[in-house]
Design a protein around this ligand. Structure first.
Ligand code: ARG
Length: 473
């Protein structure tokens, strides 16, 4: 059953004898999720009408009327007074119709363009903006990590492999590892921003236009320019309207960032557990149990793990949507927006939550000190000491293994095994090897590039601070 009244509403209604069914309207509308493109759509409309004036399709008065009208529409949207109409399908039609009420010249606005190149252009502007937003949030997380690394430079903890105690590290080294991950995310988002920086407008529906438009003019107006200010336009009209690579690249950068913040979250959950007790997270980002009065749960961190799964799902949605799609635009592609917007919203929100939670992270220094006092964390250092005494590493490894077993069997810490018993395992252990187990010295010896020695850590904190402040200029 089709509602006849819908027939007049559709801008493409000319060749139809009845309008779309109400069910079809509900099914096919996108304005419920693409209305957020309005600020970008208005920019694109302004640039396009300026270009149409430039090539003589619009008069100056018509262009100015359109620009004034667009400002009014933008203000109305900002005030929350715009009545988005699902019958008009999407953000583009809604804005155009609203504008036409204010400026009759808007009837000329859709000259030499299609919603296919229009939506591709809107989305590229969105991506450039969104990457900047996420970059800011990543910088804030990094700044908090640096602040905590700085405040906890002297706190040592066991580092883990296989979730078993391995070797001592500083909390700062651990937090700086997270800084490295997020720095890679920043670079990725900035690459996505660069990939988005090409203007598809003028590609039309598939094959451009017969009207002598000036694509470089529009690209320049919209800021699709290279470092030298030269306009960047897409090179093939079919690719330009079919291409969703930037969508996938953006969702992929979000998904990878999610993997990163979920790993940080998992470490915080472990640190807060009663089994570790290395740290406490701020009450403001934890919740209690409705049943067990003693509980304090790291829900924010758990949700970060959950959000990471959602980000993977969004990436998958986009990949499956594009797979095997015939050239060029197909309506399937309208479904590209919900996963992209969701990835943006959830990534940004997650990074804000991570930053604020980490800001309130409190290390329990005495618990950390007790955990890291385990001398077996320095068993490898003893093997290294033997190597420096001329013992081949494989042999040294075996010797220390026997020392560990002797310590365990006799219930003594390894560094308290008496000299005579040790030298029976290997003559080299007749020397003064117990100094190996002085933790401060053990850390100071790890001063090579990339290592957790205190001098290195100081230098790394200073280096990252410099990079972050340079980035914010
Ligand atoms: N709302 C549509 C989308 O988001 C705009 C493009 C519509 N193009 C078309 N030929 N129906 O993809």
């Amino acid at each position: 059953m089709a509602a006849m009244e819908n027939q007049q509403q559709a801008t493409w209604g000319g060749r139809f004898s009845e309008g779309p069914a109400d069910l079809m309207l509900r099914f096919s509308e996108s304005v419920s999720f693409d209305a957020r493109l309005a600020p970008f759509d208005i920019l694109v409309n302004k640039a396009h009408s300026a270009m149409l004036r430039h090539i003589g399709i619009l008069t100056e008065e018509e262009r100015d009327a359109i620009h004034r009208g667009l400002d009014q529409v933008a203000a109305k949207i900002e005030r929350g007074e715009m009545e988005w109409d699902a019958k008009l399908e999407d953000v583009h039609m809604n804005i155009e119709q609203e504008l036409t009420k204010l400026a009759p010249a808007a009837a000329k606005l859709h000259t030499a363009r299609s919603r296919n190149d229009q939506v591709a252009t809107d989305m590229r502007l969105f991506f450039k903006w969104a990457c900047g937003q996420i970059d800011g949030a990543l910088r804030e997380v990094m700044a908090v990590l640096l602040k905590q690394a700085d405040a906890n430079r002297d706190v040592l903890i066991p580092g883990y492999t296989h979730l078993q105690r391995a070797q001592p590290v500083s909390v700062a080294h651990h937090l700086l590892a997270c800084v490295e991950m997020f720095a890679r995310d920043r670079r990725r988002f900035l690459q996505v921003r660069e990939a988005a920086n090409v203007c598809p407008l003028g590609s039309g529906a598939i094959a451009g236009t017969t009207i002598p438009i000036d694509r470089e003019f529009t690209a320049r107006e919209l800021g699709f320019v290279d470092d030298a200010g030269h306009p960047k336009v897409t090179r093939n009209s079919m690719d330009a309207v079919a291409d969703r690579d930037v969508f996938l690249e953006f969702a992929s950068a979000c998904a990878l960032c999610g993997l990163h913040f979920s790993r940080v979250a998992e470490d915080m959950i472990l640190w807060m557990s009663q089994e570790f007790r290395f740290a406490d997270l701020p009450d403001a980002f934890c919740t209690g149990s409705s049943l067990m009065p003693q509980k304090k749960n790291p829900d924010a961190m758990e949700l970060l793990r959950g959000k990471a799964a959602r980000l993977q799902g969004n990436l998958q949605t986009l990949a499956v949507m594009v797979k095997g799609l015939p050239f060029t635009y197909n309506r399937d592609l309208q479904e590209d927006k919900p996963p992209v917007f969701d990835s943006f919203d959830q990534t940004l929100l997650s990074l804000q939550v991570l930053g604020q939670t980490l800001d309130g992270l409190k290390l329990r220094r005495e618990v950390c000190a007790r955990a890291v006092a385990d001398p077996l964390l320095l068993a490898t250092d003893l093997a290294d000491w033997l190597v420096l005494e001329g013992v081949p590493f494989r042999e040294a490894h075996h010797i220390v293994g026997r020392m560990v077993k002797l310590a365990e069997d006799s219930g003594r810490p390894i560094h308290e095994i008496p000299a005579d018993e040790a030298s029976r395992i290997h003559p080299a252990l007749g020397g003064d090897w117990t100094g190996v187990f002085k933790l401060d010295q053990a850390m100071a010896r790890r001063n090579g590039p990339g290592m957790p020695g205190p001098e290195r850590i100081d230098a790394e904190i200073a280096r990252w601070r410099g990079e972050l402040s340079a980035a914010s200029n």
